[in-house]
Ligand binder design. Structure first.
Ligand code: HEM
Length: 332
């Protein structure tokens, strides 16, 4: 402590300008025998290179050096200047060091050895109010065990839906497929033993090559005359009956097959090889009104659209007027 005090004292003396008065003129500080006046490492750090240059510079050796720091910046750099503070003007700026203690070197050494500061600080409010320095212990989250529930406390299972709600309606028509199936005893409406007999089993036939539905559609689009007549005809029932697709016994001529549907007469002859149900089935409607047969088998089929190019004419009643007129003439 005493040595530290002496260093501080000598340092203050130097700063006040009295320190160099002890040194003889023309002598460097290294030559001085006064131990406290010799600048230590801390002073070297404080004054930096400026202090070293001031000591070694020939300018600094001319006469006493008052170490008047404020004059440093005003001294020109000319060597002929008599100012002792001239070397300090060329010195680089010192790097400021911060320390709580007065002695830099010793404190620097001690700082390395000092333990880290305590947190919170000794005089802090946290330490005064806090009961413990330790941070609160982190406990892992724990789950409370579920209380044992008895069977009476548990939520009852959802009620089962009655089987009747999933049943297929046992009455009513099956969409687009004939008559409804007969009601059965089980919940799904399907007999467990025998399969349901539909009144309209599929009876598609193997069509000959080049007579697929697509081939028929292409033929219809070709605008070829498929009706077999040059103009629309008034077709009487007798005329319709004569065009049954068979050979006329009297003339020996094969008659075309006509069929009526919703008041219009169609020549179904070109469609015979294209009919998916077979020629025989289609011929059943030849020479008569085929609407009933048609709707019994496939009411979803668009007859009018498929046979649009096969229209012969419209179905008209038999001309009875001539007979009536003739009879009236006979009465006259
Ligand atoms: C002249 C008008 C007719 C046209 C345009 C026509 C057209 C068709 C078509 C497109 C199919 C196929 C239906 C499908 O695949 O779902 C078909 C099938 C059938 N057609 Fe016709 N048809 C006609 C008249 C008839 C007639 C008059 C009968 C019976 C009297 C008949 C009996 C059948 C049968 C049994 C099948 C096969 C079964 C089935 O496909 O479900 N068709 N017909």
């Amino acid at each position: 402590w005493l040595a530290h005090f002496l260093r501080q004292l000598s340092r203050r003396r130097m700063l006040s300008g009295t320190g160099n008065q002890d040194a003889p003129d023309g002598q460097t500080r290294d030559d001085s025998s006064d131990e406290p006046q010799v600048p230590d490492d801390s002073q070297k750090q404080e004054n930096g290179q400026a202090a070293i240059k001031a000591r070694d510079s020939p300018v600094a050796n001319h006469g006493p050096s008052p170490l008047n720091l404020p004059k440093v910046e005003t001294v020109p750099s000319d060597k002929g200047s008599e100012s002792p503070t001239t070397p300090k003007a060329t010195a680089p700026p010192t790097i400021p060091s911060f320390s709580l203690a007065t002695s830099d070197s010793e404190d620097t050494d001690n700082e390395d050895k000092m333990p880290p500061p305590q947190f919170p600080a000794v005089n802090s409010a946290q330490r005064a109010s806090g009961s413990s320095m330790k941070p609160p212990a982190m406990k892992p989250p724990t789950l409370k065990p579920l209380p044992k529930q008895t069977a009476s406390q548990l939520m009852p299972p959802p009620p089962r839906l009655p089987q009747s709600s999933l049943r297929v309606p046992s009455s009513g028509p099956v969409p687009n497929r004939g008559r409804p199936a007969a009601p059965s005893s089980n919940s799904l409406g399907i007999p467990a033993t025998a399969p349901v007999k539909t009144p309209n089993p599929r009876q598609k036939v193997q069509l000959t090559p080049g007579h697929s539905p697509l081939d028929w559609a292409a033929l219809v689009k070709s605008n070829s005359n498929l009706s077999g007549v040059s103009s629309l005809q008034r077709v009487t029932p007798s005329m319709l009956k004569a065009h049954n697709g068979r050979r006329n016994k009297q003339t020996g001529q094969v008659m075309p097959a006509w069929s009526a549907y919703q008041g219009k007469v169609y020549n179904i002859t070109p469609y015979l090889p294209y009919h998916p149900g077979g020629e025989g089935e289609l011929r059943r409607a030849a020479g008569k009104d085929g609407e009933k047969l048609f709707n019994e088998v496939h009411p979803w089929v668009n007859w009018d659209n498929m046979l649009s190019e096969c229209v012969v004419g419209i179905l008209v009643p038999e001309p009875v007027a001539e007979e009536t007129t003739g009879s009236l003439d006979d009465m006259d």
